[in-house]
Design a protein around this ligand. Sequence first.
Ligand SMILES: [Zn+2]
Length: 134
Amino acid sequence: MNEYKKLLEKAMKDKPKECIQRDRCEIPKVTGRIQGNTTIITNFGQISKFFNRDPNQILKFLLRELATPGKLDNSWLIFNRKLNPKLINEKLEKYASIYVFCYECKKPDTKIVTENNKLYLKCMACGAKNHVRQ
Ligand SMILES: [Zn+2]
């Protein structure tokens, strides 16, 4: 049992590394449901973890892009409108292309840094630093 647990922990630890080594990581697709007039995204926590960004920052971007009110509820994202998941996935891809994937090597291993009131996307993999196009 202990041995198994160790193996499991090792597998979990190795996972992100594999992801970084791949040329490009697949963005998780949204999963959720429509309930009445709302759209509930239940894996938003997983998505923000994948992006390694503050969920509130991603939320702000999505609300602006989709022109829809919404809020975070624990790790859920709730939109006050019926939305096509395909559209949300497209917006997440747009977010990732601006704020997550390195402009040079396309890896998601990046950080947002602020210098002189300007946002830069800094890549931990190749060292590139690019002004964020907003
Ligand atoms: Zn890079």
